[in-house]
Design a binder for this molecule. Structure first.
Ligand code: PGA
Length: 268
């Protein structure tokens, strides 16, 4: 197993975020949110020590905010505009997300990078606007299957991280990194705990090399087919600080069980 990149044992509160992607409707969202609230009521001890939240599609963020206010769960968005405001039809600004009391916003999810051609310059602008609005950007990075097979994982991740280092270091604001190997997203294939640890340690060292202040304290989440059955092993790794969960976040019991697995990390 790779040695932890933070031997000084900085405490990082485990974090689990649900990425609902473009799924559901009002009724399904209501049901999912009710399930989470039930878990919050029934499992307060098991969930103590974990920070958790959901990232619904834009139209349901207000619903999540109304239902989850006052609970253990926070909420965020899956994307944000790389413009401040103005004539950008169809876009949603960071300040609008702040208005809905979002805590987090995903930036550079591989689906956005691949399907919407998001560039480093746009992602840097998203990080900057998110920070200005007081949101915590969750910057997603990850290699494709062919890149892993060509032994280019570190090279690809280094380029993705270096491309954003300037934006991440321009302020002292918080951010989170999500390592999501593209080959593991929605495929049922998961990085092994050892593979995840190796990459997370690499990401942390790369942040430190890019002079990101407090790199040892940055939370690095794993994403890519996280399920109740593999969460505990993944979160047992020293540099895996929680998860970004897609499919399993659409089932309240599964998401709660993944949150519980992350909570165990805080009492190790
Ligand atoms: P998955 O998605 O858990 O369904 O693999 C993760 C993500 O894309 O954030």
């Amino acid at each position: 197993m790779t040695a932890p990149a933070n031997p000084e044992k900085v405490r990082r509160k485990p974090l689990v975020l649900g990425n609902w992607k473009m799924n559901g409707d009002v009724a399904a969202s209501e049901q999912l949110l009710s399930g989470l609230l039930r878990g919050d009521r029934e499992l307060p001890d098991a969930l103590a020590g974990v920070e958790a939240g959901v990232c619904p599609p834009y139209p349901y963020i207000g619903l999540a905010a109304a239902r989850l206010a006052g609970s253990r769960f926070g909420w965020g968005a899956q994307n944000v505009a790389h413009f401040e405001d103005g004539a950008y039809t169809g876009e949603v600004s960071a300040t609008m997300l702040r208005d809905l009391a979002c805590t987090w916003v995903l930036v550079g999810h591989s689906e956005r990078r691949a399907l919407f051609d998001e560039t480093d310059a746009q992602l840097s602008a998203k990080v900057e606007f998110a920070h200005r609005a007081g949101l915590i950007p969750v910057v997603c990075v990850g290699e494709s299957r062919s890149e892993r097979e060509a032994l280019m994982t570190e090279q690809v991740l280094a380029a993705q991280i270096d491309g954003l280092c300037a934006a991440l270091t321009s302020t002292n604001e918080q951010f989170v990194i999500a390592y999501e190997p593209v080959w593991a997203i929605g495929t049922g294939l998961t990085a092994s705990p050892e593979q995840a640890q190796q990459v997370h340690a690499f990401i942390r060292s790369r942040l430190a090399a890019g002079r990101v202040p407090g790199a040892a304290g940055v939370r690095i989440l794993y994403g890519g087919s996280v399920k109740p059955s593999n969460a505990q092993a993944l979160f047992g790794q020293p540099d895996v600080d929680g998860g970004l969960v897609g499919g399993a976040s659409l089932v309240a019991e599964d998401f709660l069980s993944i949150c519980r697995a992350a909570a165990l990390r805080s009492i190790r």
